[in-house]
Design a protein around this ligand. Structure first.
Ligand code: 5AD
Ligand code: SF4
Length: 458
């Protein structure tokens, strides 16, 4: 018998859902990175197509899906903690269906644990199988005990309806998976090999978003600079940026993340030449020590990394950089850590995202016998953050007196100010009316803090 298509499964589930005497509700909680949140929007989209309405919280939902992250152990612990709460809700409402997907669902130790100790979890599917949700939900609603699909499909699901969280900021995945195998990272094991979407599908999606009034297009991929390597057509990420830049309309283009090993001159030239691309690059360096970089299998040196920074700043002296840093990679010495501090002072990042190394079993780094204590790692982290706070304040001062274009994001409950992100991806705070949320305004900067700048609307 031929397998039903996704749309047939969607119809089969909606046939069951309409038979209930009340509207059924669903709740999706996403953890982790923006790619995962983008998957979460697609999961919500499928649930809506199947006849569910979105619930305000887990407690009032008939279907709860946890879309999980596996990058660090504490993310995993949080999910297991939250599952504990769901168990109580399910005791009150035994018909509640609980699903778990995202990166944790692709880890064997997690699925084993679910089967053994979390039997109340009904549906499990891996990140490359999100379009299997209608099938699994149908099986569960038809009386199956478990509905698990943790296979790796290597698909890049096209055409799924996406229930977007924002009406003016949209994320657009351009590729899935990662081939790099940095030694600390679990992503290549859970998200599979690189699969690029076809340029025409991406352009079409962007055109539609811009026509619908979206003002920020965030292109996503684990390593956007590998875009196109697996496509028949000869193309690359800078080519894609140029095509998106040519889409008519008033919007800002951002992207995340870039791997320094292949973020070269062509990328910088393209960012500079494309007027819609924010003059900002998130370039995760991870460490300022060449020895650690080698052990991480990052395939660049600090000097090579600096070439990209210096090249960009030879055109735009204020070019904005942000980065990711891992503190306490196994056996990172005090000298290695000092080199990271030196590097952040040299680059003058606007912001850094720093993480204490988390051991992920199955990765190469997990095999290293680590002699550095957790206490030492904690102290290094505190030091890193203190140094960066000073750098940020100093670095943000360059914007004082200047006018920045800001996409207004929201209003702070704390101080009543509006906030948003400038084209350089800097947080800007200012007084203004809530009706401005979702539009661009020009703000003249008057003050620099260690995490944002403030100013007045012009
Ligand atoms: N431990 C700590 N941080 C990690 N990252 C990835 N894997 C780990 C790990 N095992 C960080 C890297 C990456 C960011 C998304 O998460 O800095 O750039
Ligand atoms: Fe992980 Fe490295 Fe791939 Fe990023 S590039 S997802 S850090 S393996």
């Amino acid at each position: 018998m031929q397998e039903k298509t996704i749309n047939e499964y969607i119809l089969s589930v909606s046939d069951i859902v309409v038979k209930y005497k009340r509207p059924l509700k669903a709740f999706v909680r996403s953890f982790g990175c923006q790619l995962n949140f983008s998957d979460g929007e697609k999961i919500k989209g499928m649930l809506i197509k199947m006849g569910y309405t979105m619930a305000e919280d887990e407690q009032s939902a008939d279907v709860v899906i946890f879309n999980t992250c596996a990058v660090r152990e504490n993310a995993e612990d949080r999910v297991f903690g939250n599952l504990g709460f769901l168990k109580h809700y399910k005791e009150e409402n035994p018909n509640m269906i609980i699903g778990l997907c995202g990166c944790m669902a692709a880890l064997e130790h997690v699925t084993d644990k679910l089967k053994k100790s979390y039997k109340f979890v009904d549906i499990v599917f891996s990140p490359s199988a999100i379009d299997k949700l209608p099938k699994l939900l149908y099986e569960k609603l038809s009386g199956s005990k478990y509905a698990f699909d943790t296979n790796e499909y290597n698909l890049s699901a096209e055409g799924l309806y996406q229930e977007r969280d924002s009406s003016f900021k949209a994320s657009v995945p351009i590729m899935f998976g990662c081939n790099n195998f940095c030694t600390y990272c679990i992503v290549p094991y859970v998200r599979g090999r690189e699969r690029s979407r076809k340029p025409e599908n991406i352009i079409q999606e962007v055109e539609k978003l811009v026509a619908d009034g979206y003002k920020e297009i965030m292109l996503l991929g684990q390593n956007v600079n590998s875009y196109g390597k697996d496509l028949e057509e000869k193309t690359d990420f800078p080519d894609l940026l140029r095509k998106i830049n040519a889409v008519e309309g008033d919007f800002v283009i951002r992207f995340m993340s870039s791997h320094p090993k292949d973020a070269g001159r062509k990328l910088i030239d393209t960012i500079i030449e494309c007027e819609k691309v924010g003059k900002h690059l998130h370039l995760p360096v991870q460490s300022g020590s060449d020895e650690i970089l080698e052990k991480m299998n990052r395939r660049y040196t600090v000097e090579k990394y600096m070439e990209t920074i210096d090249y960009a700043r030879s055109f735009i002296p204020d070019f904005s950089f942000t980065t990711d840093i891992i503190v306490g990679f196994p056996n990172e010495s005090a000298e290695d850590f000092e080199k990271t501090l030196e590097l952040i002072k040299r680059v003058k990042y606007d912001n850094i995202y720093s993480f204490i190394y988390s051991k992920r079993s199955g990765t190469k780094a997990a095999e290293i016998d680590d002699k550095i204590s957790d206490e030492e790692k904690g102290e290094r982290m505190t030091k890193l953050l203190a140094v960066q706070r000073e750098i940020s304040t100093e670095s943000y001062r360059r914007f004082i007196g200047r006018t920045m274009r800001v996409l207004v994001d929201g209003k702070s409950k704390k101080n009543g100010l509006l906030n948003g992100k400038s084209d350089e991806f800097v947080i800007v705070e200012f007084e203004g009316d809530e009706s401005l949320i979702g539009s661009f305004v020009n703000v003249k900067i008057t003050e620099a803090k260690n995490w944002a700048v403030t100013g007045v609307i012009e």
